[in-house]
Write a protein of this length. Structure first.
Length: 444
């Protein structure tokens, strides 16, 4: 973001001078005669008996049934999620730096290649390292005693069960090792369990797939903006060409349709670099995530990313709010005192609702598009019964391809719309916070 912010400032300066998981699900009986749903999600080394073979489950050599039932929900969830490994076309896995911390084991730093993740099976790891494993691309920690917590260990697979925990039914993951099941901790959480995810025994500070995507997009935009800014110097007095022709209409559009109308012609330049940074950052990530062969990144559909963007807007707006802005929040002028108290409560709530809606709107719309595309592609496997029916696969392809192409075309439009909506709402919030008092009187 800092690189992008700097590049947009340079661009404006020069422009001003120039112009003016496939899964198999079975149900097994527990010792107490309660049914527990188990999902096996990883491969097994050839020649090693699966750890859950004791439960009567059988698997083909190589890890899963050749015609395992396709699970569209699990596939879509995996597609839109983040991961500790960058996988391209389910063929190439690029390891990422893994940084983990727990109170008892301290800080661990290594590459995610230690887990030997299988790119063909939703990045499930075949190895454990220092008591950590990788399931569906995410690092988890073994919490049951008896599991080797030092060095490497070859694991046999994973299973997922629904169990009663503290009176609530929860999904619990297990890793299989040496014919036994060992319980896994959940993915790392930072909210202390406030959002229902529980409290984990470790913190994951690793660079993830979304982080890599954001770095790549920022570097690319920085290079393009610097190239466009330099073009204004080398081609002074000439008509824009090349990359200038792409950026200049977009910059002018944001200036004329968002910045000036909402902030004002006198003050918009102070906030214009931030507006451009937000717009192109979101747009770049939206477009990057639509490249089907480059990892299927869903950065702007991740609530953590949109939360940070919303917090930046929240801080910027409220730091620059003038006394009239705060007066209208806490003590609205011109209305009876009982109404002022009621309005104050509503306005205070709106302070937090505005960034919340920014966060949820962007993440929801982008994630929905990714889920729709994956669901349409999944029709091929559903109609083909996961490879059992060639005719069904053909019918599914005839239905899936046109729908997928239409959805991808629609997502190109949504990529621009959502970037613009976030930017124009940001401009409106800034304008409301910095508006002069005489403007407000004119409105009344």
């Amino acid at each position: 973001m800092l690189l992008l912010f700097w590049s947009t400032v340079a661009f404006m300066q020069q422009a001003d001078q120039h112009s003016g998981e496939n899964q198999a699900t079975t149900t097994e009986q527990s010792d107490e005669n309660h049914e527990v749903e188990t999902t096996v999600t990883t491969t097994h080394e050839e020649g090693i008996m699966p750890a859950n073979a004791a439960h009567g489950e059988t698997h083909a050599a190589g890890g899963h049934d050749e015609h395992a039932e396709f699970d569209p929900a699990a596939t879509a969830t995996h597609h839109i999620g983040d991961a500790n490994v960058y996988t391209i076309l389910e063929a190439v896995s690029i390891p990422l730096p893994t940084i983990l911390y727990s109170k008892d084991a301290g800080l661990e730093m290594f590459m995610s290649s230690k887990f030997n993740a299988d790119p063909h099976h939703h990045e499930d790891g075949k190895m454990a390292y220092q008591g950590y494993v990788m399931q569906t691309g995410n690092v988890k920690r073994v919490v049951d005693p008896g599991f080797p917590m030092d060095g490497e260990a070859t694991i046999d697979g994973f299973s997922t069960k629904k169990e009663m925990v503290e009176g609530k039914e929860k999904i619990v993951d297990y890793v299989h090792y040496a014919g036994k099941e060992y319980k896994l901790d959940s993915r790392t959480t930072w909210d202390g369990g406030a959002l229902g995810g529980g409290v984990t025994s470790f913190y994951d500070l690793s660079m993830t797939k979304n982080v890599v995507a954001m770095i790549l997009v920022c570097i690319l935009l920085f290079i393009l903006f610097r190239k466009a800014a330099n073009a204004y110097v080398t081609n002074a007095g000439k008509a824009p060409s090349g990359i200038q022709n792409f950026f200049e209409p977009l910059v002018e559009f944001i200036r004329d349709e968002a910045a000036i109308p909402f902030i004002g012609k006198e003050k918009y330049k102070k906030y214009f670099p931030f507006l451009l940074s937000v717009f192109f950052f979101i747009l770049g990530l939206n477009l990057f995530g639509q490249i089907p062969f480059f990892g299927g990144v869903n950065a702007t559909g991740n609530l953590s990313v949109t939360l940070v963007l919303a917090l930046l807007v929240f801080i910027l707006v409220n730091i620059n709010g003038n006394k009239h802005y705060w007066q209208h929040i806490f003590w609205m002028p011109g209305v009876p005192i009982p109404v002022r108290i009621l309005l104050a409560m509503i306005e205070i709530m709106s302070l937090f609702i505005k960034p919340l809606t920014l966060m949820l709107r962007l993440a929801g719309n982008i994630s929905a598009g990714h889920i729709a595309i994956v669901s349409f592609i999944g029709l091929i496997f559903i109609f083909g019964q996961s490879g059992k029916s060639l005719l069904g696969s053909g019918v599914g392809t005839l239905i899936s391809v046109p729908l997928t192409m239409f959805m991808m075309s629609l997502e190109l439009i949504v990529a621009f719309i959502q970037a613009f909506v976030f930017t124009i709402l940001t401009a409106s919030y800034i304008g409301a916070a910095t508006e002069e008092h005489h403007h407000e009187e004119a409105h009344h």
